[in-house]
Design a protein around this ligand. Structure first.
Ligand SMILES: Cc1ncc(COP(=O)(O)O)c(C=O)c1O
Length: 329
């Protein structure tokens, strides 16, 4: 997967200078500020504005309490990969937290397409956010009169290309994944602190991703990716009962990519010892796509390189989303 990726997610923002983004507007193409950096049109609550003008109240409970939900979505060759699935997951997250979106799913789909077009993006990343809206300083979510919706379309840079060819090192986080009974990880909420604290463990250890166990010690997922394990030619992945985000890339890999290569994938519980003894490990996520793991806690996985099945899966994924028309369902 040594494609020329330029991404920026919530995790690895490109760090453009907001102050310098003075609009010189040409619809349908990215605009440049006076310093040459790209400035985007962001959709917020019904209109497109320059990103420097896209503001949310300090009284919004999305900011005050992480009360809201979001999606990260990829654009490949102008097609929005699994757009409908992402929006359905967004609306399911909203329903789980009893947040009433102010726009219906079809409107948000149309706005998302428009955001891609207006910003002249053929490859990139979209962030769709629903916040609880403006309320009082108390927790009460239903005192917030109207939820807000935001659509940002930009480019993205997550991991360096070398990690896709050499494999990435990960650790096992000491901090467990939040239990399903406390806050179901299926809800892609604005409250990512559980993942962020595990990510900080990874960064402190000099790597960029961490495997998270659930409170029973079973492997759940990574901070921003799902995990797959390969042993003796058999591919498996933790079952969703472990408590994880039901990844859209995970599902696409299980239902489309793996079968196309003649593999079926077992979903079952995994202990970390089994994962460490695997021949190959790969991670999946919208931003990461498919990436092989070369070591866990500094111990080599398999040969310490991206294994052959991982490479084949990544190549098949890339072919389907970049060379063919990426599915938008
Ligand atoms: C915690 C977590 N797990 C898994 C994933 C992968 O999910 P998807 O493939 O839908 O991007 C993500 C990315 O959004 C995530 O944040």
């Amino acid at each position: 997967m040594a494609s020329a990726k330029t991404h920026s997610t919530g995790e690895e923002m490109t760090g453009q200078d907001d102050e310098s983004r003075t609009a010189m507007m040409t619809e349908g193409t990215p605009r440049e500020s006076s310093s040459g950096s790209t400035t985007r049109d962001v959709w917020i609550d019904g209109s497109f504005v320059d990103q420097s003008e896209a503001r949310i109240s300090v009284f919004d409970h999305g900011l005050l309490y992480g009360d809201g939900c979001f999606e990260g979505i990829r654009i490949y060759n102008g097609r929005i990969f699994k757009l409908r699935s992402h929006l359905e997951r967004l609306y399911a997250s909203a329903e789980s937290i009893r947040l009433a979106p102010s726009y219906d799913i079809d409107t948000l789909e149309q706005v998302t397409r428009e955001a891609v077009e207006r910003n002249g993006l053929s490859d990139g990343y979209i962030r769709v956010v629903l916040t609880r809206g403006v309320g009082t300083l108390g927790l009460h979510p239903f005192k917030c009169e109207r939820s807000s919706a935001i659509v940002i379309a930009d480019t993205i840079t997550l991991y360096p290309d070398s990690m896709y060819t050499e494999g990435m090192s990960v650790i096992v986080a000491k901090r467990p994944r939040i239990p399903v009974d406390c806050l179901d990880p299926r809800i892609k909420s604005l409250n990512y602190l559980n993942n962020i604290l595990a990510k900080i463990e990874a960064i402190d250890a000099g790597v960029l991703e961490a495997i998270m166990l659930n409170t029973e010690g079973l492997v759940a997922e990574c901070t921003g990716d799902n995990i797959f394990v390969i042993k003796d030619g058999v591919i498996s992945t933790p079952d969703t009962a472990a408590g994880m985000l039901h990844g859209i890339t995970r599902e696409y890999v299980m239902e489309t990519v793996a079968p196309a290569l003649g593999y079926s994938i077992e979903e079952r519980p995994h202990r970390i010892e089994e994962v460490k003894a695997a021949d190959e490990i790969f991670l999946t996520g919208t931003a990461a796509e498919i990436i092989g793991v070369s070591s866990i806690d500094r111990d080599q996985v398999g040969g310490g390189k991206v294994g052959p099945i991982t490479a084949a899966m990544a190549a098949e994924f890339t072919r389907r989303v970049r060379e063919e028309a990426a599915p938008e369902d």
